[in-house]
Design a protein around this ligand. Sequence first.
Ligand code: NAD
Length: 361
Amino acid sequence: MDMKIGVIKGDGIGPEIVGEAMKVLDKVAEVYGHSITYTQLLMGGASIDVNGVPLTEETLKAAKESDAVLMGSIGGDAKTSPWYQLEPSRRPEAGLLALRKGLNLFANLRPAVLYDELKGACPLKEEIADRGFDMMIMRELTGGLYFGKRGTEEVDGVLTARDELTYNENEIRRIAKRAFDIAMKRGKKVTSVDKANVLDSSRLWRKVVEEVAKDYPEVALEHMLVDNCAMQLVKDPAQFDVILTENMFGDILSDEASMVTGSIGMLASASLNETKFGLYEPSGGSAPDIAGKGIANPIATILSAAMMLKYSFDLDREADAVEKAVAEVLSEGYRTIDIMSEGKIQIGTKEMGDRISSHIK
Ligand code: NAD
């Protein structure tokens, strides 16, 4: 297969961790007989330095022309970086929002997996961690409260702010379908999370999800209120396979789920639109505190590249090979500094990438 991949190396540790993910992709291509063409794209702080804006029309166009985009993280230290002297619409994060919007990326996927080898990093009780977990949080990304009308005004002399939460049935249906499709590739269970006891938008959410579920008789559907879900994630995370939810609930729950894995350097993510296109990036930020030191953990970016193979290119076997290579290197005892524990062998960013590549056979 010929893969046209746009690459946004980004800021801070971005270029270091993306470099290792490209190394692993190149090895996959070599072993499995694929070819990859990379197009380097500038976004975030790196684009501000060159173009004065965090995302140009040309970059967006080039991203659209790619089959998928692999991205490091963008942004700098908000206190010291000159990027944050600019008005908000010209700062690095504005580029990311414009890119997601321009590419119509409505489905955000964040796996939260507890690796056997990293159980010690899980902040939950041992008996809960011992059961392990492997879930996919599927968050709606372009609707809901974050994109609704908002405003602040004086009402009868009192300052009053309002934010509108709107969803239409089409927005709900397209993400629900994606969630059921993904559940079919996994454990065939969808937990749809809402606040249907209070919110109209949640009642519509529930109705549409139930309609979609009829087309997937093999997938078990359950509904869960968001407050209960927040509790269940720390009480019994092993019960979840795919969690499907709206934008704000997903924002909060996906961070909670990722924290119970214990390590930010391990967390992959994907954002998809209605086609096979996706933007794949680690969940963490650009970590300016460790940038350039060669110690960042590249695994989240490497696992994001594995998601790209699976969801944009349908190369499930190749994606599994990458995930297996990561697990093998961990089981051999190699760790970057963020996941280091007693008795293990500490290595840097490049060596981690080299070791994972060498396990792809
Ligand atoms: P961060 O995720 O960059 O860092 C939080 C902590 O985690 C730091 O101590 C960092 O060293 C560590 N860390 C993160 N990734 C790591 C890795 N791969 N290996 C080892 N350690 C890692 O969060 P922050 O400090 O709040 O944000 C820094 C910048 O990143 C900000 O400009 C923020 O806006 C941006 N950011 C970007 C994205 C994105 O590009 N999608 C996401 C979150 C934050």
